[in-house]
Design a protein around this ligand. Structure first.
Ligand code: UT7
Length: 335
């Protein structure tokens, strides 16, 4: 048995900044409402005509992560890609990364766990490394939300929250069992699947049926979120996942050096920070700049925290996420 260690991190966000005031020109919303309810000031959206997609942004972030890792693309043994906004209905983005990065013809797996996607993807990669099956696994979280959002007042409850971007990590084998990913904790509760979802097009609500009905009130292909309901569950599940991870490693909340929560809403992060009595320097937030980038949010935040020198050798780093499914989980890392 081995442990896996993060040896390279990278991120990529599109250049195009969309402010809250920009959104208020498209729909009935305001900078004041968005900042007060979510903490978001601006987000990045892929500009029309750009080459960026989830796979392309994922590849850009991955090139940086590989470059910083000290291994080469030819050393990558497996690819795990988390997204809810893949370039194609199928195949998934993982195989596109194999091609875009010209990685040898290794296995590529897509993880579909929405906001918990990166936490799930790290847990998957960690298992392959622990057992000795693979040595270096490339893990990516990327989302191209802006193309699929309803940019009118009808969609404002969801559209103002989401942003585009990507992050990537190279996980590698270490024989030091006291370092790297110490444990991961994954959960789901499918009875709430319809509280945060995109219903169609899907096999249950397929394209010919949608075209034939030609119903202007059919919003099934836009994201639906029961915001208040999701919020209430998020604060409970976030806390549970963090406590579970700490207990599994005999750690106390004061042992947390850096908590990277999924960037769903600044109010959720602040609630968790208060509940665990963490100082500002123990929690990393960047939702103000990027909005909620779903499967990319934890890895973009982790990368930025590391780039800013806020994560150091020996630190206890906690990743935690909650989202559509419902799914939630945590990863405990000894850096
Ligand atoms: O990442 C996956 C997990 N996601 C989450 O954890 C998100 C959890 N939920 C949330 O973050 C919050 O529920 C939201 C930010 C989505 C919404 O905030 P809220 O305080 O729960 O607002 P609400 O949905 O209860 O809406 C309050 C009012 C409504 O108007 P009425 O019915 O009181 O007249 C909405 O129509 O705000 C209205 N509203 C808006 N007004 C201006 C909804 N969206 C907007 C908007 N601008 N963008």
């Amino acid at each position: 048995m081995y442990n896996s260690k993060i040896i390279g991190l990278g991120k990529y966000v599109p250049d195009h900044v969309v402010t809250n005031d920009d959104l208020s020109k498209m729909m009935d919303t305001s900078d004041e409402w968005i900042q007060e309810r979510t903490g978001i000031i601006e987000r990045r959206w892929i500009k029309e005509g750009s080459e960026d997609t989830s796979a392309v942004m994922g590849a850009k972030a991955a090139r940086i992560a590989i470059e910083r890792s000290g291994v080469t693309k030819d050393d990558i043994d497996f690819i795990v890609f988390a997204t809810l906004s893949p370039d194609y209905y199928f195949p998934g983005c993982g195989v596109q990364i194999q091609d875009l990065l010209d990685v040898p013809t290794v296995g590529a797996l897509d993880v579909r766990n929405q906001c918990s996607g990166f936490v799930y993807a790290v847990a998957v990669a960690d298992q392959f490394i622990k057992t000795g099956m693979y040595k270096n696994v490339l893990v990516i979280g990327a989302e191209y939300h802006s193309g699929g959002l309803e940019k009118t007042t009808r969609g404002r409850g969801v559209t103002v929250i989401f942003g585009d971007g990507a992050g990537a990590a190279v996980l590698s084998r270490t024989e030091d069992r006291t370092r790297g990913i110490l444990s991961s904790h994954l959960h789901s509760e499918g009875k709430y699947a319809e509280e945060l979802m995109v219903a169609g097009p899907s096999i249950k609500h397929w394209v010919p049926e949608i075209l034939e009905a030609n119903d202007p009130n059919d919003t099934s292909y836009y994201p639906y979120m029961n915001g208040t309901f999701v919020f209430k569950h998020a604060v409970v599940r976030f806390s549970e996942a963090i406590v579970e991870g700490l207990e599994a490693n005999n750690l106390k909340k004061e042992d947390i050096d850096m908590l990277i929560p999924h960037q769903a809403n600044l109010r959720i992060s602040q609630f968790i920070q208060k509940k665990f009595r963490l100082r500002d320097d123990q929690v990393y937030n960047n939702i103000q700049k990027y909005g909620n980038t779903t499967a990319a949010s934890v890895i973009i935040a982790l990368t930025e925290a590391w780039e800013e020198g806020k994560i150091n050798e020996g630190d206890n780093v906690v990743l935690a996420a909650f989202g559509s499914g419902f799914t939630w989980g945590s990863v405990i890392i000894k850096w």
